[in-house]
Design a protein around this ligand. Structure first.
Ligand SMILES: C[S@@+](CC[C@H](N)C(=O)[O-])C[C@H]1O[C@@H](n2cnc3c(N)ncnc32)[C@H](O)[C@@H]1O
Length: 174
């Protein structure tokens, strides 16, 4: 099983393309596809990237906002530096980390919150899904007040209990 996974991992065309393009993670292409479809990020935007390690989304977001924009990323794991981005290490649900994000923003509003946050997967779907939902809700509760009018919120969700309710709860804000 492990050998099979390693073979698939090596053959994964997105991973190979990410490496060839200089992106740190194949997930970079996920954000590019979201951008192509929804045009969320503009030049000059200020972006919060939640769960940013190893930095694939941050790299793409930086390309999109250009030199006039700004990207602040947060993750439990430390990222290698990315020129032009502020990368904070910490738990986004921890008020201390949240204060550091706000300190960095220094009163500026966010144009987009992009969150690819994912808990450590245990393999027990119900438990993983519940933890993931809680994380998304906490990110939303923290960051929404700092999102500008007309701003965007992109998040990874694990399909399951509470997804519809969450979407219904956030819909009025957009
Ligand atoms: C799928 S990875 C993100 C990949 C990233 N978007 C990229 O393109 O490189 C999910 C990340 O969420 C982070 N994470 C999970 N819980 C977190 C928390 N409470 N605070 C901050 N980051 C968290 C994990 O450490 C992990 O690095």
């Amino acid at each position: 099983m492990a050998d099979h996974w390693i073979e698939n991992h090596k053959r994964d065309p997105w991973r190979r393309q990410a490496k060839a393009s200089g992106y740190r993670a194949r997930s970079a292409f996920k954000l590019k596809q979201i951008q192509e479809r929804f045009k969320l990020i503009d030049k000059g935007d200020v972006i919060l990237d939640v769960g940013c390690f190893p930095g694939g989304w941050t790299q793409v977001a930086l390309e999109l906002v250009g030199e006039e924009g700004d990207v602040v990323g947060v993750d439990l794991d430390p990222c290698q530096p990315i020129e032009g981005a502020a990368l904070l290490v910490g738990d986004i649900t921890d008020p201390h980390t949240q204060d550091r994000v706000l300190e960095y923003l220094n009163g500026r509003q966010l144009n987009s919150i992009i969150s690819d946050i994912s808990p450590n997967i245990t393999g027990k779907w119900d438990m993983d899904q519940a933890i993931a939902m809680t994380l998304v809700t906490e990110v939303f509760d923290f960051a929404l007040p700092f999102l500008c009018k007309g701003g965007h919120f992109v998040t990874k969700l694990f399909q399951g209990v509470g997804v519809e309710e969450l979407i219904n709860a956030v819909r009025p804000h957009f």
